[in-house]
Design a protein around this ligand. Structure first.
Ligand code: PAF
Length: 280
């Protein structure tokens, strides 16, 4: 597996692969890889001739009070997992390589970025769309792989690729969970033992909500109230949002639509965790 920190080396490798007519799958990550990322890399491996993993903690998607400085990193462990899963190239640039001095060009998707995480993280999705656009252009990938845990991100990247005619297939992959249901996340590492136990409340509450939706409940407020009540019963949890939106424009609904995303963001202690379910 080739390890590189430079855009130039990625471009050269991609050019050589394209000259041979090989297809390329891209897995964009911020590193500290876990089984969730592993599932994306494994799927990319199956569906493409070559697999590129990007491993870059993207500073422009973090707000000033967020965890950029403390975001967990372990590049050697990331390389090991990528090699085991058969990735061909890992791209691990410094911020200066990605963002030249006087960088002023951003990509964003309106409407879909307004709700859910967009409310409490106003610059986040423009940062994501910008870095993802750069990675798409560099990798010239045929397919790019994103986890459903970041459902809003997945919807936004899909819409961006459609609206702006990026010639790339966006592949959404299922949430990978711990045995007790907690969604895998690099941020789980921030949790103390007590918080780790409490964090299961996200999945427990969403499971309740999903049962209600699947059993035909049409009153969105009832679904949101049931999830909220379950989370509020956990003393270490503080809700950022519990939202029910349509799985198209990501707008709040009063009647549960046929294609629905129910998503939560909850602080467990100081750690903000997200989780969701989609019924289509
Ligand atoms: O989901 C992530 O890890 C990041 O938002 C992404 C897509 C790698 C962009 O930095």
């Amino acid at each position: 597996m080739l390890r590189t920190t430079t855009k130039q080396e990625v471009r050269e490798q991609v050019k050589a692969w394209k000259a041979e007519g090989l297809s390329i799958g891209l897995v964009p990550t911020m590193g500290y890889l876990h089984e969730g990322h592993g599932s994306l890399i494994a799927r990319a491996r199956k569906e493409n001739d070559r697999v590129i993993v990007s491993d870059f903690v993207n500073p422009i998607q973090f707000g000033p009070k967020e965890d950029l400085a403390t975001y967990p990193r372990d590049f050697e462990a990331d390389c090991k997992l990528c090699e085991e899963l058969g990735a061909d190239l890992i791209f691990h640039p410094e911020p200066e390589e990605m963002y030249a001095e006087n960088f002023h060009s951003y990509v964003g998707v309106n409407v879909l970025s307004e709700n859910l995480c967009g409310k409490s993280r106003p610059i986040h999705f423009n940062g994501v769309c910008t870095v993802v656009t750069k990675l798409f252009m560099l990798s010239q990938a045929d397919r790019a792989y994103f986890g459903q845990k970041d459902a809003q991100q997945l919807a936004i990247v899909r819409r961006m690729a459609r609206d702006l005619d990026y010639n790339i297939e966006i592949v959404g992959c299922p949430i990978i969970r711990e045995e007790d249901g907690l969604a895998k996340s690099s941020r789980n590492t921030y949790l103390s033992a007590e918080e780790r136990k409490a964090a299961v409340v996200l999945h427990r509450a969403l499971t309740l909500g999903e049962q209600l939706v699947r059993s035909g409940e049409k009153d969105a407020a009832k679904v949101v109230a049931a999830i909220t009540k379950e989370i509020e019963a956990e003393p270490l949890a503080r809700i950022d949002y519990v939202e029910l939106v349509d799985w198209n424009e990501l707008q709040p609904q009063s009647v549960v639509p046929d294609q629905v995303l129910v998503a939560v963001a909850v602080y467990i202690g100081k750690t903000r965790l997200i989780d969701n379910f989609i019924v289509e």
